[in-house]
Write a protein that binds this ligand. Structure first.
Ligand code: PMP
Length: 412
């Protein structure tokens, strides 16, 4: 792997530091990505020049802030190829977006006896909203299982999705195993049975080109902070006719048309779903992150991560006593790798790696049903992004070997 090509790490001031006297290697990108200078500058510019509340203000700053906010919406629209900007709703994040769909579309359309189909690899954010909706409505929640090598089992999906299915909600990429799912095929199956499909794009949009029209998803949710924007901003894409038929999620300012003593009417989409003052700076930051990613090109971003995985995965799986979960073939992976060292608790592994400057996460990764399925309670997780380097991968491998040595685990 030629590390001189496409090294973007210099754009990220936070990466230029030592942790525990070692060079920081940030491999917790699935939890949140770092912010490049360009995004930080866009936020500073917004606060130094344009900050005001949006919509209906006629003064210059309000008009500028409104333009910044609506420009960000257009950038999101283009980035995921949504047909119109009206179909882009700004939310607090992916969790908020998924709850919005469950609480509005789900509440209105799920009846007793209906079925909701999700997969066993869902993040709790794309599991609990459907589990609780099913409970409230006396509906059934069904799980699509995995194949032996940690992929979504499409044959099982075909069995589980039936004419009783009203909603299929599946992640586009696993936050634990890095598995990419066949979301487009699932959309076709869901539609053949008259169901809608909700895609959880939290681990996909930051890492690969995503085209919601090509996928033909009805709803698609993701978070800004995993793609370098500030925290507290996210997106729900929804097909316009579905969004228009849905009741509001929250009530208050900005989302109304007319309010009278006894009744009110709602604004058109997207404003109907954006009650109250929104995270305007967050949207501006997301727009700047999209500009940054678009400048590189999402194909290149994906290629760079693929190169890193091609490099690191084979070096990881050959270390004795290291178990990697999910697809072992780099081609089926995003930059996320879950692993354990036999005989060590993942928290101890993560603590030991941190001593070598390597930041990884350990725990159930908000995917407890998946952990049960894998027969573990927790794993360590290294998650790469395009600004990681070959040196980062080498430092991870070295730190894992040193951890084994330190704890006297098997052969090294
Ligand atoms: N889905 C997946 C696949 C995720 O990885 C995450 C974040 N770990 C979420 C949903 C929830 O995202 P957020 O916490 O930003 O709302």
């Amino acid at each position: 792997m030629d590390n001189n090509i496409n090294d973007y790490s210099a754009d990220f001031p936070i990466l230029d530091q030592q942790v525990n006297d070692e060079r920081l290697v940030y491999l917790d990108n699935a939890a949140t990505a770092q912010r490049p200078r360009q995004v930080i500058k866009a936020l500073t510019n917004f606060y130094e020049q344009d900050n005001a509340n949006v919509h209906r203000g006629v003064h210059t700053l309000a008009e500028r802030a409104t333009k910044d906010y609506e420009d960000a919406r257009k950038k999101v629209q283009e980035f995921i190829n949504a047909p119109t900007a009206n179909e882009i709703i700004f939310t607090k994040g992916c969790t908020d977006s998924l709850n919005l769909v469950a609480s509005t579309y789900g509440e209105q359309n799920i009846m007793p006896g209906d079925e909701i189909v999700i997969s066993i690899m869902e993040h709790h954010s794309n599991l609990i909203p459907w589990q609780q909706l099913a409970k409230r409505k006396n509906a059934t929640l069904k799980y699509i299982e995995l194949t032996a090598d940690g992929e979504l089992d499409l044959a099982d999906a075909k069995r589980k999705i039936t004419d009783k299915t009203k909603i299929v909600a599946v992640t586009h990429a696993s936050n634990v195993m890095g598995t990419i799912t066949p979301l487009k095929e699932l959309a076709t199956i869901a539609h053949q049975h008259g169901a809608v499909i909700v895609g959880d794009g939290a681990q996909a949009v930051p890492h690969m080109p995503v085209d919601v029209q090509n996928l033909d998803v009805d709803f698609y949710a993701f978070s800004g902070h995993k793609m370098m924007s500030p925290m507290g901003i996210g997106v729900l894409y929804g097909k316009a006719e579905l969004l228009r038929a849905m009741s509001p999620y929250q009530f208050g300012g900005e989302m109304i048309n007319d309010v009278h003593r006894e009744q009110s009417t709602w604004a058109d989409i997207p404003f109907k779903f954006e009650a109250g003052t929104q995270n305007i700076a967050g949207a501006v930051g997301l727009g700047a992150a999209i500009d940054y990613l678009s400048n590189i090109g999402m194909e290149k971003v994906q290629q760079k991560e693929q190169q890193l995985i091609n490099y690191v995965l084979p070096r990881l799986v050959v270390i004795p006593d290291v178990q990697v979960y999910g697809p072992q073939s780099p081609a089926k992976h995003t930059g996320v790798i879950a692993f354990n060292i036999k005989g060590l608790h993942p928290h101890d592994v993560a603590t030991a790696l941190d001593m070598d400057g390597v930041a990884v996460r350990a725990g159930h990764h908000c995917a407890q049903p998946l952990m049960e399925d894998l027969g573990v309670t927790a794993t360590a997780r290294a998650s790469f992004y395009f600004y990681n380097t070959k040196e980062d991968a080498d430092q991870l491998i070295k730190a894992i070997k040193e951890t084994k040595e330190f704890f006297n685990i098997g052969t090294i």
